[in-house]
Design a protein around this ligand. Structure first.
Ligand SMILES: Cc1cc2nc3c(=O)[nH]c(=O)nc-3n(C[C@H](O)[C@H](O)[C@H](O)COP(=O)(O)OP(=O)(O)OC[C@H]3O[C@@H](n4cnc5c(N)ncnc54)[C@H](O)[C@@H]3O)c2cc1C
Ligand code: FES
Length: 319
């Protein structure tokens, strides 16, 4: 498999997903007691919040906005978006696994059990699993691995065979393997430090593994998205399609997470609107091929909802 760039693509809005779909519950604002906040890997911590309302309606791939400033503190002013890593409906808790990258996440690491964190969620459109899917391939890299664990659990729970590729700069920065294995998925760990994350090597490895999948999912890596799109180019069981479903979870800087500020717009100059909004229309999108982006835009306008965007809107997030 070569390393040629993908042809132009467009982002297609997925339908709302989740236990309550199509009538997805509105997000809640809660003062969630911290149950735990413990290190799980180098620079990564797992924050457990008691938030039964959010746990009850959260779907795979959705996220929360966490206000890290305590009452009376002036900064950070804006809440931080974090994927929901784990959902325990019986206990009424959600987990977030986060990497310390800046002032906000550094401060977050100091939160203690019993403190109450202002939490809004669940937010956004999550992953969908095609009806009758038998097997799926999931890619996560770096902090992107934190967005795919709920998908893996949901899919294995439905009896779908799940293969997960987790990627990072080096072994210490790999995240999510234990969670995915516990859920019953097959896990392949790859890292930059020994060259195993190289897309050409990975393509060969996955190609040799033999079979095709009913859907492909990616978070945290543009290179893995390209690879997934290439691997997905095969006839689809039970349909005339020549390309299996590819879904991508995007990251963007977010101020509100609710669709108001437009700070997370993934549109490009030249489009008639500042959409799609990653927080409201995503963060998960269907990744669709098209001959030309103009055609994608025309398509988008014709259907009135899907909005064209370029491949550049899917950043590579390290490590
Ligand atoms: C939908 C969504 C889900 C996310 N889920 C997770 C998660 O599960 N775990 C996790 O560790 N992180 C996640 N992130 C990224 C997380 O929000 C940022 O790392 C965090 O806001 C950084 O805050 P900070 O104050 O520590 O860093 P800042 O001081 O604000 O920034 C430090 C560095 O991080 C970069 N950064 C800041 N915000 C983002 C962002 N939104 N995306 C990518 N890079 C950013 C900055 O460019 C800068 O290089 C998610 C982001 C989105 C949009
Ligand atoms: S973060 Fe404000 S509109 Fe998306």
């Amino acid at each position: 498999m070569g390393a040629r760039p993908l042809p132009n693509v467009r982002l297609v809005k997925l339908p709302p997903a989740g236990p309550l779909a199509p009538h997805v519950a509105p997000p809640l604002l809660v003062e969630a007691p911290v149950v735990g906040n413990v290190p799980v890997a180098r620079d990564y911590l797992r924050l457990t919040l008691e938030a039964p309302g959010i746990a009850a309606s959260a779907a795979p791939g959705q996220f929360v906005m966490l206000t890290i400033a305590r009452e009376g503190e002036l900064a950070p002013v804006l809440p931080r978006p974090m994927a929901i890593y784990g959902i325990d409906r019986a206990a009424g808790t959600i987990d977030v696994v986060y990497r310390i990258v800046g002032a906000g996440t550094r401060r977050m690491a100091g939160w203690l059990p019993g403190e109450r964190m202002t939490t809004v969620g669940p937010l956004g459109r999550g992953f969908t699993i095609p009806r009758n899917a038998r097997s799926i391939l999931v890619f996560g890299r770096g902090i992107g691995s934190c967005s795919i664990t709920t998908l893996v659990r949901e899919a294995t729970g439905l009896g779908v065979e799940v293969t997960v590729v987790l990627s990072a700069r080096d072994r210490d920065a790999l995240i999510g393997a234990e969670t995915c294995c516990e859920a019953g998925a097959s896990v392949i760990e790859v890292v930059d430090s020994d060259g195993s994350s190289d897309p050409v090597r990975l393509a060969r490895l996955l190609g040799h593994a033999g079979h095709t999948h009913d859907a492909y999912y990616v978070c945290g890596s543009h290179r893995m998205l390209e690879l997934a799109a290439r691997l997905a180019h095969h006839p689809v069981r039970g349909s005339t399609a020549t390309h299996a479903e590819v879904q991508v979870s995007l990251e963007a800087h977010m101020a509100c997470g609710l669709g108001y500020c437009h700070g997370c717009a993934a549109g490009r100059p030249g489009l008639p609107a500042e959409t799609p909004l990653v927080c409201r229309d995503g963060p998960v999108f269907r990744w669709a091929r098209t001959e030309r982006q103009d055609a994608a835009l025309a398509d988008a306008l014709a259907v009135g909802s899907d909005v064209a965007a370029g491949a550049a809107s899917a950043p590579e997030t390290a490590p």
